[in-house]
Design a protein around this ligand. Structure first.
Ligand SMILES: *Cc1c(COP(=O)(O)O)cnc(C)c1O
Length: 383
């Protein structure tokens, strides 16, 4: 029964059930989940109001083409733009959202060069892969889309690369796949300012950082940035496939009828779920994420950062990277934590990555990080 392309290295168990922040595998073993898929099920599993919204929609209609009006798409778009002069294009993934962003930026600006950053991740289609600063995943697939330059993330030198001949700059506020590298606030602001000055569109990829992950709806809100285009996916529909590109309304003429599209984008089930997600993510909910984060970061800095095996702890909100020294491979820690009933992720550069569902409680977080601490503390001795 081996008929799947071996594109994924899979752990030897299957997750068959989820409730809240607890997952159960095919052997009946339970796990506390610190992955949320990969930052997708931000509101946990089997979440009553989301399930009810999807079930309700399931009984009405699953699919209509985008040839007809969609009040559900309008509803989700309104929840995302909050009265700002912005428009939304719905698709099915982060890759597609970035693909749309690249196309829109080129067409709207009439320019074609783009600046992206080393260690960025924007997807794996030709456009989004071309914007991705990771040579390993591009290997063997060339030639890619031309006219994409790369600069070093957080490097002031990158500012000199932002010149008026660029259509756009694309970046993540925290590089998720790139090792949970947190953007320096002053640098992010300087990049945004230089983009404005040079009339270069700023695209912020919030596929991983958005939808409450860092304690605000979008991570760029921490720094009062004003991106021209924002891309979303992962957490937006809590596990149903969806992507979205939000752009300033002035860009709309470049995306007129027939210019871009997708069969499934804005699917009613995904939209019903997204509307339920965004309704839950109100001010109060986001405050609670910030509170939990404060508590978590206090513990991380006091108890995890000083550990012998740890180089650095990075991230923001409930997006955490624990960078391990080379003495031990992060995969070993992940496997050991699985045995102890905790699911975690890795990221580039031997980093243990935590993206827990945002509904996790403070005591569940404490329980998890205590186990991570003892696992890291004992790892050298036991290997
Ligand atoms: C996951 C991710 C993507 C790609 O999203 P898909 O839904 O897998 O296509 C793009 N950008 C960032 C920042 C991501 O984390």
């Amino acid at each position: 029964m081996k008929h799947l392309f071996p594109t994924y290295k899979r752990f030897p168990f299957e997750l068959v059930k989820g409730n809240g922040v607890t997952l159960t595998d095919n052997n009946g073993k339970q796990y506390l989940d610190l992955t949320a898929g990969i930052g997708v099920c931000n509101l946990g599993y089997n979440t009553a109001p989301i399930k009810a919204a999807v079930k309700d929609q399931l009984d009405k209609i699953w699919h209509t083409s985008n040839l007809y009006e969609s009040s559900l798409q309008e509803k989700v778009a309104a929840l995302l733009v909050k009265n700002e002069a912005k428009d939304v294009y719905f698709c099915n993934s982060g890759t597609e959202a970035n693909e749309a962003a690249l196309k829109l930026a080129r067409k709207a600006s009439g320019k074609n060069k783009v600046l992206a950053f080393d260690h960025s991740f924007h997807g794996r289609s030709y456009g989004s892969l071309s914007l991705t600063g990771n040579a390993k995943i591009k290997e063997g697939f060339g030639p890619l889309v031309p006219n994409v330059k790369f600069a070093i993330y957080n490097d002031p030198q990158a500012l000199t690369e932002i010149t008026s001949d660029l259509a756009a700059v694309i970046l993540e506020i925290i590089q998720g796949e790139g090792g949970v590298v947190t953007g320096d606030p002053a640098w992010l602001k300087a990049v945004a300012a230089k983009c404005k000055e040079e009339k270069v569109l700023l695209i912020i990829d919030e596929v991983q950082t958005g939808i409450g992950r860092t304690g605000t709806l979008f991570a760029y809100q921490h720094y009062n940035l004003d991106p021209d285009i924002v891309t979303l996916a992962k957490g937006l529909a809590n596990g149903l496939p969806v992507g979205a590109m939000i752009g300033k309304a002035e860009l709309a003429p470049a995306f007129g009828p027939g210019s871009h599209g997708t069969t499934f984008g804005g699917n009613p089930l995904a939209m019903a779920s997204a509307a339920a997600v965004l309704k839950i993510l109100d001010h109060e909910f986001l405050e609670s994420v910030q509170q939990k984060s404060l508590f978590l970061w206090h513990y991380l800095l006091k108890e995890i950062q000083p550990l012998e095996l740890v180089r650095e702890v990075s991230g923001k909100g409930l997006m955490v990277g624990i960078h391990l020294k080379e003495d031990i491979k992060v995969e070993k820690i992940i496997t050991s934590l699985q045995k102890q009933g905790i699911l975690t992720l890795s990221s580039r550069d031997n980093t243990l990555r935590l993206l827990p569902p945002l509904i996790i409680t403070g005591s569940e977080l404490l329980h998890a990080v205590q186990i991570i601490k003892s696992t890291l503390a004992n790892a050298i001795i036991s290997q």
